[in-house]
Structure formats: structure tokens, C-alpha cells
Design a protein around this ligand. Structure first.
Ligand SMILES: Cc1cc2nc3c(=O)[nH]c(=O)nc-3n(C[C@H](O)[C@H](O)[C@H](O)COP(=O)(O)OP(=O)(O)OC[C@H]3O[C@@H](n4cnc5c(N)ncnc54)[C@H](O)[C@@H]3O)c2cc1C
Length: 462
């Protein structure tokens, strides 16, 4: 009996190269392991992208595969909050409403944020962000697990989406010629082919590696410590997100409910290691001290900020709105402390023939602005629209011009946001007087200029 691969080789020799490629593509199209789109990585971004594309009416007859390295997600909401939360912006909420995630989140829990207050420990300067209307939220605090939970419920109901867990991608073979198909090989030896591969596999993306694109990245000499905090007082007013800039980093308190908040404390690696090992009571003392401690302030900075305040008051643009005081912390939830490395990373290109990067695979930011995953959700909205329109107009999913539109639109948005966040991180981890002076005056002026603050909120919402 002649083996199939021998027949295949004879057949290949008798055909021209392009005719063989057409044959190979059409046979693979009928095969079970061929998909129109493969989404690599089912984290918050990958599972949201898979759902969004599967629900796009213009893509409803396309077969989509989601490959995720970890086990099937079987988390169920419990009374105890998870220590990993994200601050979602208004556009992310709109996306979640559109694809059906929000109803699941709403039925469990989320915390609306009506105001953000950030202030400098080394000067009088501070900034607040709130909506034009007091009853509107500026952000929503949601547990990462709850987002994945909502995604798993919605995704399981989609007929055109296949999800495979424990599917760790070993390598990807990307298209070189016009009609080449893309091959994804798993560590267990199984292969899948597709027309378009979307890399949502995070910071150490295999898809990005296969694309061979330039990646600029560095690690901050900091880690982010997270924990669930119990407040000293039960208060309906726990709807403010607080961020204090101290010389070693930032401390953010994100409201969870009337008596609990979630902590993201960015600090030097050595300090974080010490903080992780402290007994809970001592940890709470350190945290309250970092939130309340009066740092020694420079006279020049003090005088300059007072002088600027007077000018702003004369111009009727006073930045001297009363600084509110953050809540006092009384204890932390048992075993809720954990720490994560922090870094910056950006891929010079988000696309290549037949492939595109989405979320942290394309860009990684410091958490001080609460923007990381929101940038990824912004990528999803953009890609969804572009791919839907391409197919509706009769073009292929891997059309390079369409993919380039995605890259251009998202880089125009992501790069300035990322540079601003990196700049803030650097600006606020020094006590060098000229820098403290400049950043304090800058913060005061920004705080006084409502249109500038609106523009910042607008940029952070896309
Ligand atoms: C302390 C901290 C606080 C943060 N707070 C905020 C915030 O308030 N707001 C905000 O917007 N962002 C925040 N972020 C950032 C946010 O967490 C990330 O941007 C987000 O998790 C990125 O999601 P992702 O799905 O792109 O990547 P990931 O979460 O890294 O997911 C990648 C997925 O791909 C899978 N995968 C990886 N390799 C493979 C492979 N070879 N084969 C198959 N699957 C693979 C992984 O298992 C994983 O499920 C914070 C980050 C930190 C560290």
C-alpha cells in the first residue's frame, strides 16, 4: 500500500508550486483542524476577543478557535474577593455590555468609582478626576476572575467558537506567500491551521516571537504588591480610587464595597520582599504609615506651589479644591498578599502577513494609570470593526491593508498613553527637588484646567 505522504509528494511534483499551494489550502479548509481565525491565549484579552469576533454578525459564518495553555476555567464567585482586580474604563464597560459579559458581572458584583484622587507625598499638589455629572462613574473595579468567568459563560454558548484548554503553543509557522496558511503547533504535537492568527498570549508571546518583530522592553526596578484590605470604618462613601505618590513608588486603593478595598502597592523589589514577609499587623502599620506619613518637604517647592495657587485663584481657576482623606486600613484578608514584576514593553509592529498582536502581547505598561488591560480591550474594538468590514466587503481576513489599518489606529492611541505612563512612573520615583518642583506645578495646572482633565479622561477611555 502506498502511504499518503508518498502520494502527496508525487502529486506535488506534478503540480506547479502555486497550484499545489491552492490544493493544500483547500484540503486543509475541509479538515477539522483548520479554522478561519485562531486566537492564541485565553486570558482576559484573548477570551474577550474570541467572544467579540464570534458575535460579530459579519463574521458569524467563520470558524474560530481559542487555544489556552491553562486548564478549563472553573472558578465560581465566592464571598471572598479575589486579590487581582482591574479598574475598567467606560469604553470597556460598553464593550462588555455589547458582548453580554456585563450582565454576568453585574449579577455578581463590581464597584463603581465616582472619583479618582491622586496626590504627591512631597508637595501640596494633587489631582482629581470625576465625571461632569456627579452621578456618573469614571471607572469600575472588577475582579480579573469575574471577567474570565463572564467570558467562559458567554463563550461556551457560541456555535462558531471552539475552545481548547491545556493547549500550550510550541511554535507558529507564519505565511510567507500570498495563499500560505498559518500553522500553529502545540506542545502535545497537535497542529492547527488558519487564515488569521491573533496573538493574545501575553508578555512572552510565542506569536510575537514567530512574527520576528522588534520589541522594546525593560523591567522597572519595582514590583506590584496586591492585597485585599479591610477598612477601619464601614462607609457608603467608599467609591473613590486613591493613589498616593511616595518616593519609592505608588500606593493605590481601589474600592470593592463599603468596608473593603483592593491594594496595588508599587515599590522597590527589596521593599516588596520585606512587605510580603511581615506579619499582617505590621504590614497594616507600614501601609497606613505610607498612606499618611508627612514626608519632609522642600521650601522652594512649598513656596512655588503656594504662589501658583494664588495666581490660579486670581484667574478663578483655583486648584486648591479640598484634598479628601483616604480611608484608614485596619487589617488585611488572610493570604491575600501577592506580588508581580512590573515592566514596559512595546512591539514595533502589531501585524505581519496573516497575524496580529492584541493586548499585553503587543504592549505592556506600569499599572499606575490602571490602563493595561483597557488598552487591550481598545485593540479588540478596533480589530473587530476592521475585520467585520473587510469580510463584508469581500476581502480576506488576512488582508494586509486591513491589518495595517488596525496597527496604525492602535499605535496612534497606545504609544502616547504608554509614554505618558512611563513618564509618570519616572517622574514620581525621585525626590530630586527640580523634578519635584516641575511635577508639582504641572499637576496643579492640570488639575485647574478642566478641559485638559477631560482630554486625559477621554484618552484613557479608548
Ligand atoms: C499589579 C497589577 C495591577 C494591574 N491593574 C490594572 C488595572 O487596574 N487596569 C488595567 O487596565 N490593567 C491592569 N493591569 C494590567 C493587566 O493585568 C494586563 O494588562 C492584562 O492581564 C493583560 O491581559 P492579556 O490577556 O493580554 O495577557 P495575559 O493576562 O498575560 O494572558 C495571556 C494568556 O495567554 C496564555 N498563554 C501564554 N502563553 C501561551 C502559549 N504558549 N500557549 C497558549 N496559551 C498561552 C496564558 O495562559 C494566559 O491565559 C495590572 C497589572 C498588574 C501586574
Amino acid at each position: 500500500m502506498i502511504k499518503t505522504h508518498v502520494l502527496n509528494a508525487i502529486f506535488r511534483q506534478s503540480l506547479s508550486k502555486s497550484a499545489y499551494r491552492r490544493f493544500a489550502t483547500s484540503t486543509a479548509l475541509n479538515s477539522e483542524n483548520h479554522y478561519d481565525i485562531i486566537v492564541a491565549g485565553g486570558g482576559m484579552v484573548g477570551s474577550t476577543l474570541a467572544c467579540t469576533l464570534s458575535k460579530n454578525p459579519k463574521l458569524s459564518n467563520r470558524k474560530i478557535l481559542l487555544l489556552e495553555a491553562s486548564k478549563d476555567f472553573n472558578w465560581k464567585p465566592t464571598e471572598k474577593y479575589s486579590n487581582r482586580v482591574v479598574a475598567l474604563n467606560l469604553n470597556t464597560r460598553k464593550l462588555f455590555e455589547r458582548i453580554g459579559f456585563w450582565k454576568h458581572i453585574e449579577s455578581v458584583r463590581y464597584s463603581p468609582v465616582y472619583k479618582i484622587q491622586a496626590w504627591d507625598a512631597l508637595s501640596e499638589s494633587m489631582i482629581t478626576f470625576d465625571s461632569s455629572n456627579d452621578t456618573e462613574e469614571v471607572a469600575y473595579i472588577v475582579e480579573n476572575s469575574l471577567i474570565l468567568y463572564a467570558a467562559s459563560i458567554e463563550n461556551k454558548s457560541l456555535h462558531n467558537l471552539n475552545i481548547i484548554n491545556e493547549a500550550r503553543i510550541k511554535s507558529c509557522n507564519l505565511a510567507i506567500h500570498e495563499d500560505d496558511e498559518i500553522r500553529v503547533e502545540l506542545e502535545n504535537g497537535t497542529s492547527y491551521t488558519c487564515e488569521l492568527l491573533l496573538g493574545c498570549d501575553g508578555v512572552s508571546s510565542k506569536v510575537r516571537e514567530a512574527m520576528g518583530v522588534q520589541y522594546v522592553g525593560w523591567n522597572y526596578k519595582q514590583m506590584g504588591l496586591v492585597a485585599t484590605l479591610n477598612l477601619s470604618e464601614d462607609t457608603e462613601e467608599n467609591t473613590i480610587a486613591w493613589q498616593r505618590y511616595i518616593p519609592t513608588g505608588t500606593i493605590a486603593l481601589l474600592p470593592l464595597n463599603t468596608k473593603q478595598s483592593s491594594l496595588v502597592w508599587c515599590n522597590t523589589k527589596d521593599n516588596i520582599q520585606k512587605l510580603l514577609k511581615l506579619p499582617p499587623e505590621q504590614f497594616v502599620d507600614e501601609l497606613n504609615s505610607a498612606l499618611w506619613k508627612q514626608y519632609e518637604r522642600n521650601d522652594i517647592v512649598n513656596q512655588a506651589t503656594k504662589f501658583l495657587n494664588n495666581i490660579l485663584r486670581t484667574l478663578d481657576a483655583s486648584s486648591n479644591i479640598m484634598q479628601q482623606l483616604p480611608p484608614n486600613i485596619c487589617s488585611i484578608e488572610q493570604s491575600s498578599r501577592a506580588a508581580f514584576p512590573l515592566g514596559f514593553g512595546h512591539s514595533a509592529n502589531y501585524i505581519r502577513k496573516g497575524a496580529a498582536l492584541v493586548g499585553d502581547a503587543a504592549h505592556r505598561v506600569h499599572p499606575l494609570g490602571g490602563q493595561g488591560v483597557n488598552l487591550g480591550f481598545g485593540d479588540i474594538c478596533c480589530l473587530d470593526e476592521i475585520l467585520g468590514n473587510a469580510v463584508y466587503s469581500g476581502r480576506k481576513l488576512n488582508n494586509l491593508l486591513d491589518l495595517r489599518k488596525y496597527e496604525t489606529a492602535r499605535q496612534r492611541h497606545n504609544v502616547p498613553t504608554m509614554l505618558a505612563l512611563d513618564g509618570l512612573q519616572k517622574l514620581y520615583t525621585t525626590d530630586f527637588t527640580p523634578v519635584v518642583l516641575l511635577r508639582s506645578l504641572g499637576l496643579q495646572i492640570t488639575h485647574a484646567l478642566t478641559p485638559v482633565k477631560r482630554a486625559i479622561i477621554e484618552q484613557a477611555s479608548h
